[in-house]
Design a binder for this molecule. Structure first.
Ligand SMILES: Cc1cc2nc3c(=O)[nH]c(=O)nc-3n(C[C@H](O)[C@H](O)[C@H](O)COP(=O)(O)O)c2cc1C
Length: 344
């Protein structure tokens, strides 16, 4: 029997492919261009895109952001993402494990990821609502152990929940819960949004309670308010019309990066659409980029070769951009605003 959560996951996978439901504002990377350096004083072969994340080496600083798990389709989907991540040497975040914690029969769709990616960084994911209500640290840690996960991501999605008729909108006490989990969970904890973005103020409050790794997940790409609007039935006319007003609600990813100064490890995701956006995100100060929506189609087709090819274009673009501006390492690129020119 299909549960409500499974149906919702299925709706999400289908609707997230529709680019018309993306933000109509951009993440802001188009407002920056690299300044070409005709005298890079290095050889292309010297350019090194490797980086360290969670104590492990990645071939390049990219995360496949959380998408799926827990429905029949997501077995092949996660197998494809994991195989590609292992092949190209990037990190992988799984979709919310809530459904696997509530129903053991769907666990394989998550566990397959570790089977296909024995050495990759794999992160589990859970919503703040579950952290605050139903799930204990021990229970989540046990499943993370089965996954051999390297970290747990907790996602904040207040407005997505608010536009789901069945959503959980109890957010009072969330920061305290984060503080407890960061302190007591046996793996590193990453805090992310889902596309509305972590503002500078929120990032500072997360730092105050000990959060060392954040994923901005800002506006400009997949848009959960518009996706939830599409799932509303016609008799939910008030909520539907309200959702229209919120179609571009959120903090564009590049704008947050532009103004962010923190010693936290920063993953920039949300609206990275072109491979050059990854290089721009790092030059604007991120340690790493993250992508979800742009990989969805290839992953749903279970096209591992095609997906690896897309990811290798992202890696090669980063390499070429580093050669084009004359930097050898990710450390030299990170936060190096002098390499960028702001347009307009
Ligand atoms: C189909 C789909 C499912 C997603 N499921 C989750 C999820 O379970 N947990 C989560 O934290 N984010 C989830 N996200 C949000 C992404 O991880 C990411 O933060 C967001 O889509 C912005 O990145 P993008 O613009 O590259 O798509 C999902 C995104 C997509 C496209």
């Amino acid at each position: 029997m299909t549960t409500d959560i499974e149906q919702r996951k299925r709706d999400h996978l289908n609707l997230a492919q529709d680019e018309a439901l993306n933000f109509s504002i951009s993440a802001g990377f188009d407002r920056w261009r690299f300044i070409h350096n005709a005298l890079p004083e290095l050889n292309l072969s010297d350019v090194d895109t490797r980086t360290i994340f969670l104590g492990k080496e990645l071939q390049f600083p990219l995360l496949i952001s959380s998408m799926s798990g827990g429905v029949k389709e997501s077995f092949n989907f996660n197998a494809t993402l994991a195989s590609a991540a292992e092949e190209v040497g990037c990190a992988l975040a799984l979709g919310s494990i809530r459904v696997a914690l509530e129903n053991e029969s769907v666990r394989d769709s998550f566990l397959i990821a570790r089977e296909k990616a024995p050495t990759a960084i794999i992160m589990a994911n859970l919503g703040i609502a579950q952290i605050m209500s139903s799930q204990s640290i021990d229970r989540v840690a046990t499943f993370c152990d089965d996954l051999k996960a390297n970290a747990l991501i907790i996602h904040l999605n207040s407005l997505q929940e608010a536009f789901q008729p069945e959503g959980d909108t109890q957010f009072e006490g969330a920061l305290k819960a984060i503080e407890t989990w960061v302190c007591e969970f046996p793996l590193p904890v990453v805090i992310k949004e889902v596309g509305q973005g972590l503002s500078l103020g929120v990032i500072a409050r997360l730092k105050d309670v000990g959060v060392e790794i954040i994923d901005i997940a800002g506006a400009g790409g997949s848009n959960w308010i518009s996706i939830e609007r599409e799932r509303l039935s016609d008799d939910q006319v008030i909520l539907k019309q309200t959702a229209e007003e919120f179609a571009n609600w959120g903090e564009p990813t590049a704008e947050i990066l532009e103004n962010l100064a923190t010693d936290q490890f920063v993953i920039a995701s949300g609206g990275l659409k072109q491979s050059l956006d990854l290089a721009k995100a790092i030059a604007l100060g991120a340690n790493m980029g993250g992508v979800a929506g742009v990989l969805l189609r290839q992953a749903l087709k279970a096209d591992t070769a095609g997906l690896s090819e897309v990811l290798l274009v992202w890696k090669r673009t980063l390499e070429m951009a580093m050669f084009g501006v004359g930097v050898r390492t990710i450390d030299e690129l990170k936060g190096n605003r002098s390499l960028l020119h702001k347009i307009g």
